[in-house]
Design a protein around this ligand. Structure first.
Ligand SMILES: NC(=O)c1ccc[n+]([C@@H]2O[C@H](COP(=O)([O-])OP(=O)(O)OC[C@H]3O[C@@H](n4cnc5c(N)ncnc54)[C@H](O)[C@@H]3O)[C@@H](O)[C@H]2O)c1
Length: 328
């Protein structure tokens, strides 16, 4: 049984907590959040011990892995600290806010011999998987163009409004578009050119983001991400892949009939889908990591790929600032 400490009991901490209910090989034995009540709510579900200070948790607990659901700018510090204690780390995406931090985390995991992976959950969404399978089976011929959207209103629920500080969250390019940068580069190879335009909206930075990628294999992609929709807008993602002989489309707002929407902080979220846990992507990604720990295998999402995703996001940010295309 893998003993887990869940660190960060906000939006994603609750989402992951939900997943552990149906993961047989792991048990959440400790939870930690600065806010006792948030930690208590999750601890009650798992019969776990409650901490408001990570140092205290490590003094009292012997855990095999941490599940890190802290704000992005804290990922590096807390991941490295756990790795130095020989604890495996599953970290929410994006890996970090800078390439230097991401590299430090990867180096430390190697030096300490622990498993480390990042929550690029889109790879575990059944709809994305089946789309990729169809493309691999030649159903659209040679893919030439990918168009994605990942749009919603500003995430107002966050602790100390950290999403609104783009040095801490990276804004929609690092927080939302990162998902599409990950799966596109994972399945279709290296990106060689990035060009981006953003519109400075409600959060005074890049609320609506439009990015074009050219891949080494000639494929082009248009990635759209937004926090600029009005409060209450339903978060949605779409994909269109156009190939030489066909086209495939996905729209999250149409394709999954069973959804729970909650209006947390004026944000209509649909992260918790009351469907069979075997198809629930957050459960599947955590299960995959735990399996890698148990069987001493390389995690499905390699930390180096998570680093690539932030390199693309940072290039997009630079392109937006300079008005120039960034060549890798
Ligand atoms: N994979 C996805 O679909 C997805 C979706 C949303 C967010 N995320 C990522 O998940 C991470 C967390 O985002 P969130 O929306 O849950 O944030 P949040 O603001 O809702 O939660 C963060 C929690 O961390 C706690 N915290 C802050 N500092 C702490 C410390 N030093 N020790 C203990 N607890 C501390 C806060 O009290 C808060 O409860 C971010 O990296 C975000 O980008 C991923």
């Amino acid at each position: 049984m893998i003993k887990v400490a869940l660190i960060g009991c906000g939006m994603m901490g609750n989402c992951h907590s939900n997943s552990y209910k149906s993961i047989e090989d792991a048990k959440v034995v400790a939870v930690c959040d600065l806010d006792y009540q948030k930690a208590e709510k999750i601890a009650k579900v798992h019969g776990a011990r409650i901490y408001t200070d990570v140092e205290e948790l490590y003094k009292n607990e012997k855990v095999d892995m941490i599940d890190l659901c802290l704000p992005t700018y804290l990922h590096c510090k807390f991941a490295v600290q756990a790795m130095q204690k020989k604890i495996h780390v599953f970290c929410e995406k994006p890996i970090a806010t800078s390439v230097e931090e991401g590299m430090e985390m990867i180096k430390m995991a190697k030096e300490e011999g622990v498993k480390f992976s990042v929550g690029h959950v889109v790879r575990f969404f059944p709809a994305y998987e089946s789309m990729i399978e169809s493309i691999r089976a030649g159903k659209v011929g040679e893919p030439r163009l990918i168009r994605t959207t990942r749009n919603g209103s500003f995430p107002k629920w966050s602790w100390e409004k950290w999403y609104g500080n783009y040095h801490k969250s990276g804004g929609p390019l690092m927080d939302l578009a990162i998902h599409d940068f990950d799966w596109i580069s994972h399945y279709y190879g290296e990106v060689e050119r990035v060009y981006a335009k953003t519109l400075k909206g409600a959060a005074k930075e890049q609320d609506h983001c439009l990015v074009t990628l050219r891949l080494k294999n000639g494929l082009i992609a248009h990635v759209e991400a937004s926090w600029g929709y009005p409060d209450g807008a339903v978060f949605g993602t779409t994909v269109e892949v156009v190939g030489t002989t066909g086209q495939i489309e996905y729209d999250s707002r149409k394709s999954s009939p069973v959804k729970k929407h909650s209006n947390e902080g004026h944000y209509a979220a649909s992260l918790y889908s009351p469907t069979n846990p075997n198809y629930e992507p957050y459960t599947r990604e955590i299960k995959a990591f735990i399996s890698a720990v148990i069987h001493n295998e390389e995690p499905v999402v390699k930390a180096e790929e998570a680093l690539t995703a932030i390199k693309i996001a940072l290039a997009a940010k630079e392109s937006d600032c300079t008005g120039e295309a960034i060549i890798f």
